[in-house]
Design a binder for this molecule. Structure first.
Ligand code: AMP
Length: 356
């Protein structure tokens, strides 16, 4: 499929959370329909998508039916089981492609890939048992962070090792899962670049945002980030190098540490990213439309920022602030339609435009 998708065409989205929901809204604005696939009933994206399939990742008949009903397939999360991808790929183009998923599903493969491109990453060693952890700690030193190689998100599956005597407890926290030990980067700040690459190979970057996390979860993103012009350009070049190396199609989030030694890549997410939600208020073409444009074979928007923005996540009990937030008459509110409030659950976000 090399012709741009036109009105009525269908984009399949794997995963029906808030990212799939906002992708569906963006696609419908462009006249495209979305078919969402999610194992959980009544996913947030299901409230706005054209169709929803509720089925497991190993349901071959459901996957085939889904693929047959769509023109192209994309996803809102990176942990799609390989067997499901094999099946889907055989029927329809999957964008971004396989290599991006393989690299981002495994923290060791990710760091091997990034350092192979000449990009700085934290020192790292794979860790499968106590002996490997002892030798990794010997090489890297404390403080360090032990992380599961796969399936970690929002700071889950991570244990800090401030001194070697905490190694046993950290390993126990991995619950037997293969892990990676990362040296602790004494960063000044965390920033991320949201970048996109289209079918033609054109790359577009949004301005880096500055991220603040609380309890491992993104709390706030501020644009512009506190970065010199040189580092801002360097961040964009790093993102471009990653996208080109993966022959990537779609939007990617690249998380960076601003450290004394320069910009260090923390991780990449082969999808629209929470730290890019500010683009909804700051740019003519936001990250969701940009991703849909890329996977649908459209030209990309230019990513230019026309306002300074602070994006704040509404997490769990933050929803109690909604009545007051709703009274702020120029605040952009995005709620994900989740009816059950749980601690640590992302319920929505707000974008506040900063005026000089
Ligand atoms: P991650 O899930 O890998 O993005 O990690 C979640 C958060 O933990 C990051 O946003 C950082 O605040 C912190 N963190 C992760 N890895 C490191 C590291 N190697 N050095 C310092 N802080 C880290």
């Amino acid at each position: 499929m090399t012709e741009p998708l036109l009105s009525g065409a269908v984009i399949g989205i794997l995963g029906g959370g808030q990212l799939g929901r906002m992708l569906s809204v963006a696609a419908s604005r462009l006249g495209l329909r979305c078919h969402v696939y999610d194992p959980m009933p009544e996913p947030p994206a299901g409230q706005v998508a054209w169709r929803v399939t509720t089925a497991a990742w190993d349901d071959v008949a459901a996957l085939k039916g889904f693929a047959a009903s769509v023109d192209v397939i994309t996803y809102e999360f990176e942990n799609i089981p390989a067997a499901a991808l094999d099946l889907l790929e055989a029927h329809r183009p999957v964008r971004p492609g396989r290599r991006a998923l393989e690299v981002s599903q495994d923290r060791v493969a990710e760091k091997d890939f990034l350092s192979g491109l000449g990009l700085a990453v934290a020192p790292y060693r794979p860790v499968d048992d106590a002996a490997a952890l002892t030798s990794a700690l010997g090489a890297i030193g404390a403080p360090a962070i032990l992380k599961t190689r796969r399936l970690g998100y929002d700071g889950k599956g991570q244990a800090r090792i401030m001194a070697p005597d905490q190694a046993d407890a950290a390993l126990a926290a991995m619950q037997g899962a293969p892990a990676v030990l990362e040296g602790f980067i004494p960063f000044e700040r965390e920033v991320s670049v949201i970048a996109a690459r289209g079918l033609s190979g054109a790359v577009v970057c949004y301005d880096p945002g500055e991220n603040v996390h609380e309890a491992g979860i993104l709390r706030r993103t501020t644009v512009p980030a506190t970065l010199g012009a040189g580092q801002q350009a360097e961040a964009a070049l790093m993102a471009g190098r990653i996208l080109n190396a993966l022959d990537y199609i779609g939007v990617m989030g690249v998380e960076l540490f601003v450290a004394p030694q320069g910009l260090v890549v923390n991780e990449i997410a082969p999808r629209v990213h929470n730290s890019g939600h500010w683009t909804q208020a700051g740019c003519a073409v936001d990250q969701f439309e940009q991703h849909i444009r890329a996977v649908a074979g459209w030209p990309l928007g230019d990513g230019r920022r026309h306002a300074d923005v602070v994006m704040e996540n509404l997490i769990g009990a933050d929803m109690e602030r909604l009545p007051a937030l709703a009274r702020e008459s120029d605040l952009q509110i995005h709620l994900y339609g989740k009816t059950e409030v749980r601690e640590g659950r992302k319920m929505g976000h707000v974008n506040r435009i900063l005026r000089g």
